[in-house]
Design a protein around this ligand. Structure first.
Ligand SMILES: Cc1cc2nc3c(=O)[nH]c(=O)nc-3n(C[C@H](O)[C@H](O)[C@H](O)COP(=O)(O)OP(=O)(O)OC[C@H]3O[C@@H](n4cnc5c(N)ncnc54)[C@H](O)[C@@H]3O)c2cc1C
Ligand code: FES
Length: 285
């Protein structure tokens, strides 16, 4: 059993979890993830490792459906049934020069270990994050500390550029910025759009794909993606891939395969869903 040593809602719907697991804390490298199970009946949920300290590691979890809700409704001191990791290949790192990073949703946290490592390796790091509104932005001070330049985009224009990571990226490139490398983590549309933007400029671009995963060890084939026309398993070959070579259409279709089942499962499990509980009690802002 794995102790949750810290747990709080960082901003609405995004929860910070610090878990005690010395093996992961001492071995994790930037870009890797762990798979969590709240209890023995739970689904396996892959979550990115954001930071490590002593025998603990930090993650940010976005409450989306039944399984993430189950985890974020656990409290400090509770114990997870299973925590497996570190999984996946570490992100590619190196001294590239000027690097642009983009993060949205859980990717705001997940981009942090890459920014930190790239900065330590002597790169100039330009970080762009996005959220629907200013009150959903988090981890900004930590990201600023490992970035040479830092930009924010919000869909409602309450902070920074009115738009998304790709809007800031386009403006920077059109204003004459030259980037030697790019990495994006977050929603699939954002990663796809940013890859389409960097492609004509021949900026080598990596994306961390969040395919549906089961075992996370290359056995089930659930996380398969086509990259350069070749089938890859995101859990063992990735999650980082060349954004210019991913078959995005196929990825989108595969990710939405169980959308109806996921929606029904979430709606019929109100005891696991804080948002629904709040809505039923008339407390939803
Ligand atoms: C390598 C990797 C790293 C990730 N890092 C983070 C992170 O740091 N923080 C975070 O909040 N989320 C992260 N995710 C996404 C997270 O795993 C899903 O949001 C979660 O599994 C959703 O489960 P659910 O039951 O709550 O939602 P569901 O209602 O079951 O699904 C909602 C959506 O989440 C996706 N999803 C569902 N099941 C899985 C699954 N087993 N594996 C992956 N995606 C799934 C699908 O697109 C689905 O439409 C990561 C995913 C991967 C593959
Ligand atoms: S999750 Fe099963 S092969 Fe990747």
């Amino acid at each position: 059993m794995y102790e949750i040593v810290e747990k709080y809602e960082e901003v609405p719907n995004v929860h910070r979890l610090v878990i005690r697991e010395p093996n992961i804390a001492t071995k994790a490298q930037p870009g890797q993830f762990a798979i969590l199970m709240a209890d023995e009946q739970s689904e396996r949920v892959p979550i990115s490792i954001v930071d490590t300290k002593d025998d603990t590691f930090t993650m940010f979890i976005l409450e989306l459906g039944v399984s993430s809700a189950k985890i974020v409704n656990m409290k400090q001191g509770d114990r997870l049934e299973a925590v497996t990791g570190p999984l996946g290949m570490p992100a590619t790192l190196g001294k590239y020069g000027r690097v642009v990073l983009g993060g949205g949703c859980y990717g705001i946290g997940a981009i942090y270990p890459l920014a930190k490592a790239l900065k330590e390796q002597g790169n100039e790091v330009v970080t762009i994050i996005e959220a629907r509104s200013d009150y959903l932005l988090y981890f900004q001070e930590e990201l600023k500390a490992v970035s040479d330049e830092f930009f924010v985009a919000t869909s409602d224009g309450t902070e920074g550029t009115n738009g998304h990571v790709q809007d800031v990226l386009v403006k920077l490139i059109r204003d004459g910025e030259r980037f030697d490398h790019a990495k994006f983590i977050g929603c699939t549309y954002m990663m796809m759009n940013c890859s389409h933007i960097t492609s004509p400029y021949r900026i080598p671009t990596k994306v961390a794909l969040n395919t549906i995963m089961l075992d996370g060890t290359g056995m089930c084939g659930c996380c398969r993606v086509s990259v350069e026309g070749v089938t890859k398993f995101a859990c063992v070959d990735g999650p980082e891939f060349d954004g210019h070579q991913v078959n995005w259409d196929e990825l989108m279709k595969r990710k939405s395969s169980y959308l109806m089942e996921e929606m029904l499962a979430y709606q019929t499990a109100p005891h696991t869903c804080k948002a629904l509980e709040k809505a039923y009690s008339g407390d939803l802002k």
